[in-house]
Ligand binder design. Structure first.
Ligand code: NDP
Ligand code: F7E
Length: 313
C-alpha cells in the first residue's frame, strides 16, 4: 500500500478496527476513510454500494462485524448469523463492483472444528463439527472465507482471509452480558476488589484453554499481511501459547491486586475445550507477536480504568 492509498477501515471504533486505524496513522498512511454504523449500516446493500462508488477505495480492512462472547453467541444465534452474513456479503460484493485493489477479511478461530487436533493448522477448516455455542457465527465466518476465495477464483480479485485467535486491548467490549472472557474478568475482578467482595464469579469450569493476542499485535499483522500476503488460503494469527481460564483469572487477579476466591459457575458453558492456533505459516513469512500476555493485560487494564471507571465517576 502506498502511503497515499485510500484505505477504508470498516468497524474503526471497535477493538480491532481502532487498533488498525492507530497502526495505519502511526505508519504514515494519510488517506483513511471510516464510518460509524449509525452513519453507514453495512447491512444495507444499496447504501454500501453508494459509499464504495463515491469513495473510490483502494484497500479495505474488514473489521466490522456482530461480535460477542460465548453467552451472547449462544443466546442470539439469529442476530450473529444474519448480521455477519449481510455485512460481509455487502462489503465484499461492493468492493468487487467498485474495483477495490485488495481486501482483508477477518475470520476467527471458531471456524475450526471443536475437537480438531492442536495446534490448529489452517488445513483443518471444514474437517469436522463446529462448537455448538458459536456455530451460526462460525458458519457466517466460513461463508466470508469462501466468498473471498470464490471472488478471487472467478473475478481475479485479491481478497485475503485472516484468522485471529481471541483478542483483547483498548476499545474492547466491557459489557458483562455480551463481552469476551478477558474484558469480563478485568471488570468483574476490579468490581470485586472495589466492593470488597470475598468471591468473584467465573463462568464454566475454568479448565478450557484459550490463546490471547493483543489487538495492537493483530493490527501489525494485518498491515504486514496486506502488504505481503497474496494467497487464496486462510492464515492464522496468534501467539502460539495458551492458558486455562483459571490461569487467566489468576493473572488478572495479580494485575488488579485482588486475592478473593474464584467461584466457578458451572451452569454457564465452557465452549470449546481448546483452540490454540498453529502460527507456523505467518512465522515463516517473518511476522511474530511482540506483546507478552501479562504486560498486555496490564496495559489493557490501565485503559479500562482510564476509559470506563474514570468516566463513570
Ligand atoms: N474480539 C475478538 O476476540 C475477536 C474478533 N475477531 C474478529 O475481528 C473483527 C472485529 O472484531 P472486534 O473489533 O472485536 O469487534 P467490536 O465489536 O469491538 O467492533 C465491531 C465494529 O463493527 C462495527 N459494526 C457492527 N455492526 C455494524 C453494522 N451493521 N454496520 C456498520 N458497522 C458495524 C461497529 O461499529 P460502531 O462502533 O460504529 O457501531 C464496531 O466498531 C470481527 O470480524 C471479529 O469476528 C476474530 C477473533 C477474535
Ligand atoms: C473469539 C471467540 O469468542 C467466543 O468464543 P469463546 O472463546 O468461547 O468466548 P469467551 O471469551 O466468551 O469465553 C471463553 C471462556 O471463558 C469462560 N468465561 C469465564 N468467565 C467468563 C465471563 O465472565 N465472560 C465470558 N464471556 N466468558 C467467561 C467461558 O465460559 C469460556 O469457557 C465465540 O463465541 C466467538 O465470538 C469467537 O470467535
Amino acid at each position: 500500500m502506498d502511503l497515499g492509498a485510500k484505505i477504508y477501515i470498516a468497524g474503526h471504533r471497535g477493538l480491532v478496527g481502532s487498533a488498525i486505524l492507530r497502526e495505519l496513522q502511526a505508519k504514515g498512511y494519510t488517506n483513511l476513510v471510516y464510518r460509524t454504523s449509525a452513519e453507514l449500516d453495512l447491512r444495507k446493500f444499496d447504501d454500501v454500494v453508494k459509499f464504495f462508488t463515491a469513495e473510490k477505495i483502494d484497500y479495505v480492512f474488514m473489521a466490522a462485524a456482530k461480535v460477542g462472547g460465548i453467552v451472547a453467541n449462544n443466546e442470539y444465534p439469529a442476530d450473529f448469523i444474519r448480521d455477519n452474513l449481510l455485512i460481509q456479503t455487502n462489503v465484499i460484493d461492493a468492493a468487487y463492483k467498485s474495483g477495490v485493489t485488495k481486501l482483508l477479511f477477518l475470520g476467527s478461530t471458531c471456524i475450526y472444528p471443536k475437537l480438531a487436533p492442536q495446534p490448529l493448522k489452517e488445513e483443518y477448516l471444514l474437517t469436522g463439527e463446529l462448537e455448538a455455542t458459536n456455530e451460526p457465527y462460525a458458519i457466517a465466518k466460513i461463508a466470508g472465507i469462501k466468498m473471498c476465495q470464490s471472488y478471487n477464483r472467478q473475478y481475479g480479485t485479491r481478497y485475503i482471509s485472516v484468522m485471529p485467535t481471541n483478542l483483547y486491548g483498548p476499545n474492547d467490549n466491557f459489557d458483562l452480558e455480551s463481552s469476551h472472557v478477558m474484558p469480563a474478568l478485568m471488570r468483574k475482578i476490579y468490581e470485586a476488589k472495589v466492593n470488597q467482595s470475598p468471591q468473584v464469579e467465573i463462568w464454566g469450569t475454568g479448565t478450557p484453554k484459550r490463546e490471547f493476542l493483543h489487538a495492537d499485535d493483530l493490527a501489525k499483522a494485518c498491515l504486514f499481511l496486506m502488504n505481503n500476503y497474496e494467497s487464496n488460503d486462510i492464515i492464522n494469527v496468534g501467539v502460539g501459547e495458551d492458558i486455562s481460564i483459571k490461569e487467566l483469572a489468576e493473572t488478572i487477579q495479580r494485575v488488579v491486586g485482588y486475592d478473593g476466591e474464584l467461584l466457578f459457575n458451572t451452569t454457564k458453558p465452557d465452549g470449546t475445550p481448546r483452540k490454540l492456533v498453529d502460527v507456523t505459516k505467518i512465522s515463516n513469512l517473518g511476522w511474530k507477536a511482540e506483546i507478552e500476555l501479562e504486560a498486555g493485560i496490564r496495559s489493557a487494564y490501565q485503559w479500562f480504568i482510564e476509559h470506563h471507571v474514570a468516566v463513570a465517576k
